[in-house]
Design a protein around this ligand. Structure first.
Ligand SMILES: [Zn+2]
Length: 291
């Protein structure tokens, strides 16, 4: 039943006013919060935009020899998915480093030419030459794992030893560059299904191998690479021999003349739209079926 209207009880008036004032204050506070959040978003976007502009300038500016770090950092963190541009693609990979002679010299060769590559480094050597590993990373090259100290074959290691080879390498890389590697390369490419599952990391083999460690002859390394290279090749070399350094420089100069596109392993799989999975092994664009 509807109650007849009655005059408000004045004794409640103060309490109502207080409630109203409280509600108004709360609404004001809420509106202020929304406005403050909006301002924060705008400022954030403006800063981000400014950074984008700066980055763009850094990209379009002509890199100086030995001063490729700003350019390279951008290359290390691609903002957009790479797409084919008609040029032949090659991923140069270097194993067994870093060291304090060939690795920095090779990084210089790469940087001076604006070329990116991937270094499958050994954790133990990273701990020995952290500044060289960092130089490679800051120059825009990809740092991946080649285990802690190259124990092989991985398939014969006990569970604990295998875990150490994998985890200590990741720890060494993380300790220098602040992030985990995305890929791992088993020593000599020796891996089987069971070990791959235990490793639990995408593993990357190669498709062109000049066996530089065996011949240690710059002419021969150059010839084998150039005779076997193709669009989509993943080339294996070792940044530990003078002959490899010389051959790599000649290979790169020839490929630049022929307008090849150099990519890191991460860019390679992004370019070909392949999602590499933990515990799976890849040779170029092909997944290796393990026994
Ligand atoms: Zn190796």
């Amino acid at each position: 039943m509807k109650r007849p209207w009655q005059p408000h009880d004045d004794s409640q008036k103060e309490a109502r006013r207080a409630r109203l004032a409280h509600i108004r204050a709360w609404r004001f506070f809420r509106a202020s919060l929304v406005i403050a959040a909006a301002i924060c978003v705008i400022v954030f976007l403006l800063l981000g935009g400014a950074e984008g502009l700066l980055r763009h300038e850094a990209v379009s500016g002509s890199p100086q020899p030995g001063d490729a770090a700003p350019l390279a950092k951008i290359a290390a963190q691609p903002q957009q998915r790479l797409v084919p541009d008609g040029r032949p693609v090659v991923a140069l990979t270097f194993d067994d480093g870093p060291n304090d002679s060939i690795t920095p010299a090779l990084i210089k060769v790469l940087n001076e030419r604006g070329v990116t590559a991937t270094f499958f480094m050994l954790g133990e050597r990273i701990e020995q030459y952290p500044d060289v590993a960092l130089l490679a990373y800051e120059s825009g090259h990809q740092i991946a794992s080649h285990t802690y100290n190259h124990k092989s074959p991985l398939t014969r290691l006990g569970e604990q030893e295998l875990a150490r080879e994998v985890n200590d390498a990741i720890g060494a890389i993380r300790g220098v560059i602040g992030e985990d590697p995305a890929y791992m390369r088993p020593p000599f490419g020796e891996i089987n299904r069971q070990t791959a599952l235990t490793v639990g990391w995408p593993m990357i083999l190669w498709t062109v191998d000049p066996r530089d460690w065996e011949c240690q002859n710059a002419d021969q390394i150059y010839d084998v690479v150039m005779d076997n290279i193709y669009d989509g090749a993943v080339v294996l070399m070792h940044d530990k021999y003078d002959s490899t350094l010389e051959a790599a420089q000649r290979v790169i100069d020839t490929l630049i003349e022929q307008d090849w596109r150099f990519v890191t392993i991460e860019q390679y799989y992004q370019l070909y739209g392949i999602d590499t999975l933990p515990g799976h092994v890849y040779r170029g664009q092909t997944e290796v079926m393990l026994q």
